[in-house]
Ligand binder design. Structure first.
Ligand code: ADE
Ligand code: ZN
Length: 318
């Protein structure tokens, strides 16, 4: 059976495992407000996206040097390889680090030096810098300008963090510059926010893929548009359960999305926080939603179709 082997929605900082948080805190002499590993783990219970983001950003305090970012990225690549991933497009929240005084070059050098060795682990990879939606659009634009000046090897840009406090139009200048610079563009939308956020991501930011997009299912006209235009949606089932986008995995709309002809893919989002990497997401949705070989094949094909790769690599992955 062909299993999905492409991961298109994973935040590198969301692969920061509790053990690594403690190890990096020691290495960098960062004081953490946790007594031990059990105490840290006890905080991994979320009521919504914001309750997760608060812990996710706080834990980034341990990431300080290029070596830290390199080690984090390498650990993800090894775990992804073990999950059967052959191509990964990873998100990096650069502003969450520059905002703490870590130079963008330090962050990007650490990540890209590790990604450059993806082939040694049997993968191809690309880097997508995700702008933080809770910060002003002008900050996103300044960050992109800095990364372009550094000649950072970017595949694309994205948009994440809370959907509830800003409008997509704030980020249009950054996305316009990204597209003019030949970068791919994606955005989180329709996770906690309404279907209109997905429409805005398409019409204002001109995204090529929508990250999450599950709430698009509330708007039949939008579903028809996404299916007609074959806009991929990078769905993250275990994330949606842990952040209470759905009540239980059995309530997840993945099967309905497939049935509606949407180009959906399965991804892990922040696997260190949500109970599983790509393999565990696939195992649990296949079991709970009773997905058979045909549906798994479609998910695999969708991932290959949605990946930002050249024709030769697409043919290899397919
Ligand atoms: N940043 C990391 N994970 C995220 C998610 N699931 N939604 C929005 N922003 C995020
Ligand atoms: Zn995400």
């Amino acid at each position: 059976m062909q299993m999905p082997a492409v991961e298109l929605h994973v935040h590198l900082e969301g692969t920061l495992e509790p053990e690594m948080i403690l190890a990096l805190a020691e290495r960098n002499r960062v004081e953490l407000p946790y007594a031990d590993l059990d105490d840290l783990r006890s905080r991994y219970s979320f009521v919504d996206l914001q309750s997760f983001l608060d812990l996710y950003y706080a834990n980034m305090a341990v990431l300080r040097t290029a070596e830290d970012f390199h080690d984090l990225t390498t650990a993800y690549l090894l775990r992804a390889r073990d999950a059967g991933v052959r191509h990964a497009e990873v998100f990096l929240d650069v502003q969450a680090h520059t905002g703490r005084g870590i130079p963008a070059a330090e962050v990007v050098d650490g990540v890209t030096s590790a990604l450059a060795r993806s082939g040694e682990h049997g993968l191809t990879s690309g880097l997508i810098v995700t702008f933080l939606r809770h910060l002003p659009g002008a900050d996103a634009l300044a960050t992109l300008r800095e990364l372009l000046a550094l000649d950072a090897p970017l595949l694309g840009v994205g948009l994440c963090s809370t959907e509830l406090t800003s409008h997509a139009s704030e980020f249009a200048p950054a996305f316009d510059l990204a597209r003019a610079s030949g970068l791919h563009v994606v955005a989180h939308a329709g996770e906690e926010g309404p279907p209109q956020n997905v429409v805005d991501a398409l019409d204002i930011l001109h995204v090529e893929r929508v990250d999450h997009g599950v709430r698009a299912m509330e708007d039949p006209a939008l579903v028809a548009r996404l299916a007609r235009d074959r806009v991929p949606l990078t769905v993250c089932p275990l994330s949606n359960v842990r952040l209470r986008v759905v009540d239980t995995l059995a309530d997840h709309p993945l099967r309905a999305m497939l049935d509606a002809g949407l180009v959906v893919t399965v991804n892990s989002d922040d696997p260190a926080y949500f109970g599983g990497y790509l393999d565990e997401n696939l195992r649990q949705v296949a079991q709970t939603l009773d997905l058979g070989p045909d549906e798994l094949h479609t998910l695999a094909r969708n991932g290959v179709e949605a990946a930002f790769v050249d024709d030769a690599r697409r043919a290899e992955l397919g």
